[in-house]
Design a binder for this molecule. Structure first.
Ligand SMILES: NC(=O)c1ccc[n+]([C@@H]2O[C@H](COP(=O)([O-])OP(=O)(O)OC[C@H]3O[C@@H](n4cnc5c(N)ncnc54)[C@H](OP(=O)(O)O)[C@@H]3O)[C@@H](O)[C@H]2O)c1
Length: 268
């Protein structure tokens, strides 16, 4: 596959109309979430990032530590975020995790299914339930769900993850229908392969499982990446779409699920 030159990233100072917006980004300390925190901060938003562990965040960003796979963790995160921001205009439900099942779909245990549902669906449903009513009450707001191309293109070792993300897409549409009349937009973003710690970890797991060389596995993975753009994406490229959808520039967009994948999804 031809390898394209790296594409220049969008100007992070381009005005999105998010100056002063109060935003919560889950999973905001690494990968796509951290890039989204940087993008929203550059756009002038007040941002709360949520993650389980302490980590560096940009100046002015408040980090709230909570495990969003538990109902208690979600409640604590929502309360701390509202307390700090005094309200909410933008919610980016980005935290999620692919608990893979290398032996295939029929080998997936109840625990595998539950872990994927907790991390990718219930965490989002619970946080939305705590925060979205503040948006509907004020008559405006934007919710962006970070889903995955896997929702439309499941892989054999990731059936529970794909099913959880497909359910997230369906839920996202339902929420958009319910919240539209109250001025709140709900959209979903489906990354393809974005170079983050999560992707690196799955390559390492494959190397450990097979006893093969990590670099050989990485090379093979890049060769198999049938993206028309010929490369994996960068977190900033996903963050740009998320920030756009969260902004008033996307004022007539709701109920959609958009891929950011270099064209890798082989279907319409
Ligand atoms: N990277 C890709 O190629 C790709 C492709 C498709 C979809 N996605 C989706 O994009 C989203 C972000 O992925 P990523 O690759 O950027 O992930 P990542 O690099 O692994 O970062 C995950 C972030 O979420 C936080 N997090 C994880 N579990 C959490 C929990 N239970 N409660 C609170 N915070 C939690 C992590 O911090 P702590 O560890 O400190 O909690 C970290 O800040 C996910 O929903 C993923 O499914 C990614």
């Amino acid at each position: 596959m031809p390898s394209a030159d790296p594409t220049p990233l969008a100007d992070p100072s381009a005005d999105l109309g998010l100056h002063g917006a109060r935003a919560v980004v889950t999973g905001g300390t690494r990968g796509v979430g951290a890039a989204t925190v940087r993008r929203l901060t550059a756009a002038g938003a007040h941002v709360v990032a949520v993650a389980r562990n302490q980590a560096p965040v940009p100046t002015g960003v408040r980090l709230v530590t909570a495990d969003l796979t538990t109902a208690d963790g979600v409640a604590a995160a929502a309360m701390a975020a509202l307390d700090h921001l005094g309200g909410i205009d933008v919610l980016v439900d980005n935290a999620g995790r692919n608990t893979q099942v290398p032996d295939g779909v029929l080998a997936a245990t109840d625990d595998d299914w539950q872990a994927n549902l907790d991390a990718n669906l219930l965490s989002v449903v619970r946080l939305d339930r705590a925060l979205v009513p503040h948006m509907t009450a004020q008559g405006h707001g934007a919710v962006v769900h970070v889903s995955s191309n896997a929702a439309r293109y499941p892989q054999p070792n990731g059936a529970p993850y794909a099913a959880a993300k497909a359910a997230l897409n369906a839920y996202s549409k339902s929420l958009a229908l319910a919240c539209g009349p109250h001025g709140v937009r709900v959209t979903a973003v489906m990354p393809g392969v974005i170079e983050t710690d999560a992707v690196e970890a799955s390559l390492r797991q494959a190397a450990e499982r097979t006893g093969r060389d990590l670099e050989a596995i990485r090379k093979e993975f890049h060769q198999r990446l049938a993206a028309p753009l010929g490369r994996p994406g960068q977190p900033e490229e996903a963050a740009e779409l998320i920030a756009f959808l969260a902004s008033p520039r996307a004022s007539y967009l709701t109920g959609i699920a958009v891929s950011v994948d270099g064209g890798i999804l082989p279907t319409l």
